[in-house]
Write a protein that binds this ligand. Structure first.
Ligand code: GLC
Length: 753
């Protein structure tokens, strides 16, 4: 279309004219159909997401901009019906049909397409193993594969937003949501979650990353203030998000419920404005967690772009109150435009407008289950294997399987990330009826899988409720496999690190009568093991997902050589932790507490700063039960020829890895850094690799180190500072067994924040 402006004709002027005309006339007056020539120039896929967002924004009315920046549940909630047009899920934001802007159909979460209320019978999905299991593989490519799989299921079900990307570092091993996250270390968290987000978005849908930031416990999550100095946050919790955002390029960030240094995340100008959008130049949009918004102007001016789950807020802050704030100038019109522009940009950049998902797409659940099994097989961690009890010998006559509904399925974590698994809930009626329940076992029977692998042995199951009977039966078996459960869930932390339901007594009793006892832990994180001395073999199976039973059996009988490594330290007991008790609760049994009870605001002072997990244990010189990075194999590995070279601030490490054993396996050498001349500098994981090796094979690995993990964050300079001097680099099997070391000397350097 060409418009004559003063007799001159110019496309550029025409476009400006259209933009000016459409924005001016449509801001104030009723919505008019845009002129045909201006109609939807933003649909041109050859234009950049920024240009397309600008064009679409220019055609929007004030009401349409307001409508875009808030939304609610996409399912019936508190008597309110499911919104028209909503598929049925956690979130729904109406689109703008007049302009061809689609609705946002938002589903949880990072472990599969969760559907707390199956809107359609059979609306099931593939359950990924827990985030800890995925991270225990130390394999970003595997995490990406898992993300791609659940993103494909989200698309096939019609969702264009997956509320995935749990990137909070595991500061407290009792946190009820660690199973949704990845690790205690920022580098491992960032690499693994970033890869998962990359996988999700490879399906041309939007992924979030969440819960920005320091949402590190569930107790009192909506009132607590996580207090920490900026440098520590930058070097730990924020670095995890920074690396994950760089790696995954999520189109949305979800700000968490808690306060940080007294200010709610979703109205925290420092975290949203200065760090995320300023220092990191984040181009996407920030959505609140469901019920995490407490203001209109403060949040809008701090950098929040979207109110989500508005039914849980005390009012719809980004509805009429925001319109009024804009009209009175308390919120500049330019800020509202930026909010809408960021959401539009995410829609264009993700291609949900160009390739709108439609429900009813084909899903190859068998292939997807195999992806879940592959992840579980690489994420299970062999913690202990005395006298090479594992792999179990073929030819055993009688095997006893015990506990944790191992005849029916494997455990998963509760809350908004809960997947209704393909095949349904294996053991109905367990756990709380109300959110974050029920307790869901995924229908993948370890008993059946063990029987299939056991080469003709008689395999029996008892539930272990009668400990005396279990002891008697154990005494007659050639091997006993005890499954131990620890259900973790959103809104609920564990009161301590003990296994619930008196399982320690069962395991101790059985292990004392049978020296061939294996414990398989199905937990949401580290647990204490008072029975360990009597138990020759222990596997951390985490929540092992859709084919967890098969994965466990293949490892027990050697079909797979275990290669997982701990992404989180297993403490000996709670006294070793920065906080022996979870802050904010005056009772012991948080795990059984009413998750809906209200809390008075309280502080969580992160005295450990950036020294989270293995760094804390190293600083205190205390040995944990099992260290970060620990994991055994059925073969043996050797590390040699460690060298490091520096070019400016870029350090490159080379290392030979050898399989010195008789069977193929995967080693995960880790590189840790110390500053020999700076005792205050914590030990840090600075690089890692997954190295598959045939028996006798040696491979050289070359690893580049992100300069930021060599640096401290200097808040006065607002940047990363590499102090000049010596850097000792260790190659280790875990954070404590540092086998080789070398040194490099670096000059001083400064890096942008
Ligand atoms: C929640 C969770 C968040 C989830 C959202 C929608 O309470 O904190 O992870 O995506 O609500 O269900």
């Amino acid at each position: 279309m060409r418009i004559t402006i003063g007799g001159r004709r110019s496309i550029a002027a025409s476009v400006l004219m259209i933009l000016a005309a459409s924005s001016a006339s449509l801001e104030c007056g009723p919505a008019r159909e845009p002129r045909p020539e201006a109609q939807r120039r933003w649909v041109d896929p050859d234009l950049s997401p920024d240009a397309r967002a600008e064009l679409a924004l220019g055609a929007m009315t004030l009401d349409e901009k307001i409508a875009l920046v808030h939304g609610g549940f996409g399912m019936p909630f508190n008597g309110k019906p499911k919104p028209d047009g909503a598929i049925g899920s956690a979130g729904y934001v109406a689109g703008i049909p007049r302009l061809g802007i689609p609705a946002l159909q938002e589903s949880d979460a990072g472990l599969g397409v969760a559907n707390p209320v199956n809107v359609r019978p059979g609306d099931e999905a593939t359950a990924l193993p827990s985030g800890l299991a995925i991270a225990a593989s130390f394999d970003p490519a595997l995490a990406e594969r898992g993300g791609a799989m659940i993103g494909a299921e989200a698309r096939a079900k019609g969702f264009n937003v997956l509320l995935a990307g749990g990137a909070n570092i595991a500061r407290d091993p009792r946190n009820g949501r660690n199973f949704e996250y990845a690790a205690e270390d920022p580098l491992l968290t960032g690499m693994m979650v970033g890869a998962a987000v990359r996988g999700v978005q490879s399906n041309d849908i939007i992924s979030t990353i969440k819960h920005y930031v320091l949402n590190a416990q569930e107790t009192g999550r909506t009132v607590l203030s996580a207090n920490i100095d900026e440098a520590a946050a930058r070097e730990a919790d924020l670095l995890a998000f920074q690396i994950a955002i760089e790696q995954g390029q999520p189109h949305a960030v979800m700000c968490g419920y808690n306060r940080v240094n007294g200010i709610y995340n979703c109205e925290n100008k420092f975290l949203l404005g200065r760090v995320l959008k300023g220092d990191w130049g984040y181009p996407g949009f920030v959505m609140s967690d469901w019920g995490a918004l407490h203001s209109t102007e403060a949040a809008a001016l701090a950098g929040l772009d979207h109110e989500s789950g508005e039914e849980l807020d005390t009012q719809v802050f980004f509805g009429a109150p925001l319109r009024q704030a804009v009209e009175t100038g308390r919120v500049p019109r330019s800020r509202l435009d930026d909010m809408a522009r960021r959401i539009l940009r995410a829609m264009f950049a993700s291609r949900i407008i160009d390739r709108p998902p439609a429900s009813g797409g084909f899903i190859d659940y068998h292939a997807h289950a195999r992806v879940a099994q592959a992840i579980a097989e690489q994420g299970l961690v062999l913690l202990r294997n005395e006298n090479a009890l594992l792999p179990l010998a073929k030819g055993l006559r009688r095997i006893l399987v015990l506990g944790s509904h191992a005849d029916r399925g494997v455990l998963s974590g509760g809350g908004s990330s809960q997947v209704i698994p393909v095949g349904g809930i294996a053991v109905p009626g367990l756990g709380p009826e109300r959110f974050p329940g029920p307790t869901v076992y995924v229908p993948s029977s370890p008993l059946d899988a063990i029987a299939a692998e056991a080469g003709g042995a008689q395999v029996d199951y008892i539930d272990g409720s009668d400990i005396a009977a279990a002891q008697r039966r154990a005494g007659d078996a050639d091997a006993v496999i005890i499954f131990a459960h620890q259900w973790m869930a959103e809104m609920l932390d564990r009161p301590d690190l003990s296994l619930p339901d008196d399982q320690d007594r069962l395991i101790g009793a059985v292990a004392r009568v049978n020296p061939h006892t294996v414990v398989v832990l199905e937990t949401g994180g580290p647990v204490r093991m008072p029975w360990l001395a009597d138990t020759p073999a222990v596997i951390a199976a985490w929540y092992p997902g859709a084919r967890g039973g098969e994965a466990i059996a293949r490892i027990l009988f050697g079909g797979v050589n275990p290669s997982g490594r701990l992404p989180i330290t297993f403490p000996r007991d709670e006294a070793q932790l920065p906080r022996p008790k979870i802050p904010g609760d005056d009772r012991a049994a948080i795990g059984d507490a009413d998750p809906y009870r209200s809390f008075a605001p309280f502080d969580v002072n992160y005295v450990e700063g950036a020294d989270v997990g293995y760094k804390w244990f190293d600083k205190r010189g205390e040995p944990p039960l099992y260290p970060f990075g620990h994991g055994l194999s059925y073969t043996a590995f050797a590390l040699s020829r460690l060298t490091a070279t520096a070019a400016g601030s870029v350090v490159t490490v080379r290392l030979d890895v050898t399989n010195a054993g008789e069977r193929a396996g995967i080693d995960t050498p880790q590189i840790y850094l110390r500053r020999p001349d700076d005792a205050s500098f914590p030990i840090r994981l600075v690089a890692f690799a997954r190295v598959p090796l045939a028996p006798g094979e040696t491979r050289q690995v070359t690893l580049a180190i992100d300069p930021r993990v060599l640096a401290r964050f200097d808040t006065s300079a607002n940047g990363w500072h590499i102090a000049p001097g010596r850097f000792t680099l260790h190659a280790g099997a875990n954070a404590r067994d540092l086998l080789l070391s070398t040194e490099v000397t670096l000059a001083e350097a400064w890096l942008k924040p």
